[in-house]
Design a binder for this molecule. Structure first.
Ligand code: THU
Length: 132
């Protein structure tokens, strides 16, 4: 199964009673294994979590800390761009050139990268000189 199909499948399980906007994400770890996540909303709206965050959490829980490919899918007119927080989360575990495929359920796709999504990202080098 492709990474996009994995994202498409897990999207069905999204818990999105408030926005009614279901999102599925899948990330491939450096081992080749695929981890999936969907958005999980909450009646206290800010407590909801994005699909990308869920997929990353599943990857880390399985013992991996490097992702080599990402796919995100939603039922939208245009491929949905990850939110700012998710861009920083993807940047934590991916490289700049890591491919990110954004897709709609109707078949539109946009191929991008972690660096394109988050240019000038905050990274550990910016903390050089700070004593631990
Ligand atoms: N959402 C995601 O899960 N990922 C994205 O990339 C964009 C937005 C979710 C959060 C919320 O549950 C719903 O979509 C509407 O914002």
């Amino acid at each position: 199964m492709s990474l996009l199909d994995a994202a498409r499948e897990v999207r069905e399980r999204a818990y999105a009673p408030y926005s009614r906007f279901k999102v599925g994400a899948a990330v491939r770890g450096a081992s080749g294994a695929v981890y999936r996540g969907c958005n999980v909303e909450n009646v206290a709206y800010p407590e909801g979590t994005c699909a990308e965050a869920g997929a990353i959490a599943a990857m880390v829980a399985a013992g991996e800390t490097e992702l080599i490919e990402v796919a995100v899918i939603a039922d939208a007119p245009e491929p949905v761009p990850p939110c700012g927080g998710c861009r920083q989360k993807l940047a934590e575990f991916g490289r700049g050139a890591t491919p990110v495929l954004l897709a709609t359920t109707s078949g539109r796709t946009l191929a991008t990268t972690v660096a394109e999504l988050l240019p000038g990202r905050f990274e550990v080098a910016h903390m050089a000189g700070v004593e631990p």
